[in-house]
Design a protein around this ligand. Structure first.
Ligand code: ZN
Length: 529
C-alpha cells in the first residue's frame, strides 16, 4: 500500500510539457506512479480536483541560512510550495568561522542576519549542526566569508599563502557537504579579489565537483562587463556558473535587459554551463552601507563608523556618488526610493524612506545617511527601487531565467517577523505563478513551473528532483492556478502567499489544507545525496 495518493489534479510535471490530468502515488519518500485514474491503494488520499499538481518549487537563490536555524518550519517559503532552498549566496556564509574570528563575522553579517547567534565553527561542524527543516536545503560557502577569514577587510590582492588558505577552506567545505562557492564581488571584501583569485577557487570547485554562483561585480553601469566576468569563469574552468538576481540597476542602465539577456543566451548557445535567476520585483534589498563607495568600509566596520563622522569623508562620499551613482545600484531619482527595511537599533524607522529621514532632520541626504549608519552601527538594511519595470518583466518572461527570491524563510510570528523586509521573502514564487502568468501573461503556467522545477534541478545537477515521474523524490506542490498569488507588500510584507493547499517534502505532508503541519522532513542535499 502506498503512503499517499494525490488524486484528481492537473499534473504539470516540471519538464515544460503541457499539463495532463493524472494521479500521483507516493511511497517511502519517492513518487511511484503518475497515471490517470490510479487504482493503487494508499493510506491517505489527497483530493486535488480543480488544482494543479507540480514538483515542489526550487528557490535557487536564498539567504535562508540566516533564518532557518530560527525558523526551521520555513513558513514564508513552504506556504508558496517551495520545497528546496539554495542558501549561502552572494558570497555570504556563516561558516567557517575560524578561532577568534566569529565576532568579526557576526559584525560583518549583522545587517543581513541580525538575530542569528554566531560561534566558532568549521564548515563540517556547521553542516553537522544544521537543524532539521521543513524544506530541503543546499548549502554553499561564501567567498566573502573565506576572504574575511584570511585577508579580513583589507583592500589588496590575497597573498599566495592567503589564497592557499582559501583554497583549503573551500576544499574542506566541499568535502563537508557544501555544493559550491558563492561570490559577492559587488561588495567588500570580495570586491578586492581579481579574476585570477576567483579562477583559482573555481579550479578547486572543478576538482571537487562543486558549482559557482555569483552576485556579479556591478549591477549598475558596469553590469555587462560584470556578467562577462562571470561567463569567463565557466569558459576557462568549465564549472557551472549561476548568475544571481539578474538586474540592471540605476537609471543610466534602464532599458538594457534584452541586450543583457541576448548576451547570456549566446553564451549558453555556445554550450557554456551558465544559468541565471531573478526575482519579479523592481526593488532590491541590501545593507545601507553597501550603497556607499567601497572605500568607506576598508579596514572593517569600526573603522567605517569612525570615518563616517568626519566632514571631509562625507564630502568625498558626496563627490563620488554625484560622479558615479551609488555602488552597485547606480543613479537613483532621489533618496525617496530608499526605504529602511530592518534597523536593529532604530526599529521604529522600518518603512521610512531615507529622503523622509533627511527632511525630518533638516539634513542633506548624504549627511542623514552617514548619521543613520553611525546610530545603527552600520547594521541597517534597506529596500531600493532601482530597476525599471520593463527590464524586470523582460527578465522574468525569459523561459530560461530561473526563479530565486534572494530572500530568507520568515514567519509572521516569532523572531523572524520583525521589521519590514522585502515582500519577495513571502511572495516570489506565488507572484511568478499567479500575477505574472494570469495578469501580465509573461509566461504559460507550464513554463513558469518549469523554471522553478525541472530547469532549476538541471542547473543544480539534481537528477531526481524537479520533475514528477516514478523514481523521483516526492517533493510536490498542489495549488489553485486561478488563485495563487503573493499577498506581501512593501507596507505589509509579513503576509503569506495564497492558493497553495498541499506541500509534500520527501514524501511527508508539510502543508495540509493550507496550514503547516509542523513536519520537518527536509534534508541537506550534499553533492552525494
Ligand atoms: Zn546578492
Amino acid at each position: 500500500m502506498d503512503d499517499l495518493l494525490v488524486r484528481g489534479g492537473h499534473v504539470i510535471d516540471g519538464t515544460g510539457a503541457p499539463g495532463r490530468d493524472a494521479d500521483v502515488a507516493i511511497l517511502d519518500g519517492r513518487i511511484v506512479a503518475v497515471e490517470p485514474r490510479s487504482a493503487r491503494p494508499a493510506r491517505r488520499v489527497i483530493d486535488a480536483r480543480g488544482h494543479a499538481v507540480a514538483p515542489g518549487f526550487i528557490d535557487i537563490h536564498t539567504h535562508s541560512d540566516f533564518t532557518l536555524p530560527l525558523n526551521p518550519r520555513a513558513e514564508s517559503k513552504i506556504r508558496q510550495g517551495v520545497t528546496l532552498e539554495v542558501t549561502g549566496n552572494c558570497g555570504f556564509s556563516v561558516a567557517p568561522a575560524l578561532p577568534g574570528k566569529a565576532a568579526m563575522l557576526r559584525e560583518y553579517l549583522a545587517s543581513s542576519a541580525p538575530w542569528l547567534p554566531f560561534g566558532e565553527t568549521s564548515y563540517a561542524g556547521y553542516v553537522a549542526a544544521f537543524p532539521p527543516t521543513a524544506v530541503n536545503v543546499i548549502l554553499q560557502v561564501g567567498h566573502n566569508t573565506l576572504r574575511l577569514m584570511t585577508t579580513g577587510l583589507d583592500n589588496r590582492p590575497a597573498t599566495a599563502d592567503e589564497l592557499h588558505a582559501m583554497e583549503r577552506l573551500l576544499g574542506e567545505a566541499l568535502a563537508a557537504g557544501a555544493r559550491g562557492l558563492s561570490s559577492g564581488l559587488f561588495t567588500v571584501p570580495g570586491h578586492f579579489a581579481d579574476a585570477g583569485e576567483i579562477h583559482a577557487l573555481a579550479r578547486v570547485l572543478r576538482r571537487g565537483g562543486g558549482m559557482y554562483s555569483t552576485h556579479v561585480r556591478d549591477e549598475a553601469g558596469g553590469v555587462f562587463d560584470a556578467v562577462r566576468e562571470a561567463i569567463g569563469v565557466a569558459e576557462s574552468t568549465g564549472v557551472h556558473v549561476q548568475i544571481a538576481h539578474l538586474k540592471l540597476s540605476g537609471t543610466d542602465s534602464w532599458g538594457g535587459a534584452r541586450r543583457l539577456l541576448d548576451e547570456i543566451d549566446a553564451a549558453r548557445r555556445r554550450g557554456l554551463p551558465v544559468d541565471c535567476d531573478a526575482y519579479p520585483y523592481d526593488t532590491a534589498s541590501n545593507p545601507l552601507r553597501n550603497l556607499l563607495p567601497r572605500w568607506v568600509m576598508e579596514g572593517g566596520i569600526p573603522a567605517m563608523l569612525e570615518r563616517l563622522g568626519r566632514r571631509d569623508v562625507r564630502e568625498r562620499i558626496r563627490r563620488d556618488v554625484a560622479a558615479g551613482g551609488l555602488t552597485n545600484f547606480g543613479r537613483i531619482p532621489s533618496w525617496d526610493v530608499v526605504r529602511v527595511a530592518i534597523s536593529p537599533r532604530l526599529p521604529d524607522n522600518a518603512g521610512r524612506t531615507l529622503g523622509d529621514v533627511a527632511r525630518a532632520r533638516g539634513l542633506d541626504p548624504i549627511d542623514a545617511v552617514c548619521d543613520y549608519l553611525v546610530e545603527d552601527r552600520g547594521e541597517t538594511r534597506i529596500l531600493i527601487t532601482s530597476m525599471s519595470e520593463d527590464d524586470v518583466w523582460a527578465i522574468t518572461a525569459a523561459p530560461w531565467v530561473l526563479v530565486g527570491s534572494d530572500g530568507n524563510a520568515l514567519a509572521t510570528a516569532g523572531v523572524t517577523s520583525q521589521g519590514k523586509p522585502h515582500p519577495r521573502f513571502y511572495g516570489t514564487h506565488a507572484r511568478v505563478l499567479g500575477p505574472c502568468v494570469r495578469e501580465l501573461r509573461l509566461l504559460r503556467l507550464e513554463q513558469a513551473v518549469h523554471k522553478m522545477t525541472g530547469a532549476s534541478a538541471r542547473a543544480l545537477g539534481l537528477a531526481d528532483r524537479g520533475v514528477l515521474r516514478p523514481g523521483a523524490w516526492a517533493d510536490v506542490a498542489v495549488f489553485d492556478p486561478a488563485r495563487i498569488a503573493d499577498q506581501a507588500t512593501y507596507e505589509e510584507p509579513h503576509r503569506y502567499a495564497r492558493g497553495v493547499s498541499t506541500v509534500v517534502v520527501n514524501g511527508q505532508v508539510v502543508v495540509d489544507g493550507g496550514d503547516h503541519t509542523g513536519a520537518l522532513p527536509g534534508r541537506v542535499l550534499t553533492r552525494n545525496s
